[in-house]
Design a protein. Structure first.
Length: 135
């Protein structure tokens, strides 16, 4: 369970490397340091809180509450509002398109079923096709 939750953490944090490099390139090091400090503080704070409430799996959930993403996203938006809006739109497409088929498959079929695996592969191919056409 811990790894299932933890494997999605990098997916929801598109700004960590990209955003940090953009801010440093435009000499916004202070904002980058604030972002890193807030992320570390949220890991520690939410990590202790959620580990106390849910056990070890709570630390995995703490990875989804990275408060440092907020100032980083704001800083990128301030530097380039137009490209940031396009990036946000593309991220919404990338996140929203796969949700529908995969949630439908998960809800419709039980785990450990070959049909579920086959439909998930078909959905993956469809999502790649739709995403390629959209972007």
């Amino acid at each position: 369970t811990y790894l299932r939750i933890l494997c999605f953490a990098p997916i929801i944090d598109p700004f960590s490397r990209l955003g940090g490099e953009v801010l440093k390139t435009f000499h916004k090091d202070g904002l980058w340091i604030v972002s890193v400090a807030l992320t570390l503080a949220s890991f520690i704070g939410f990590g202790f809180l959620f580990t106390g409430m849910f056990g070890p799996v709570g630390m995995a959930w703490a990875n989804f509450l990275q408060l440092g993403m907020l100032p980083m996203a704001w800083g990128i938006y301030r530097l380039a509002p137009g490209p940031f809006r396009r990036l946000l739109r593309d991220l919404i497409v990338l996140y929203a398109v796969p949700i529908v088929p995969f949630v439908a498959i998960k809800l419709a079929l039980p785990e450990a079923m070959w049909l579920r695996i086959g439909l998930s592969i078909a959905a993956s191919i469809g999502v790649v096709g739709i995403t390629t056409l959209k972007l």
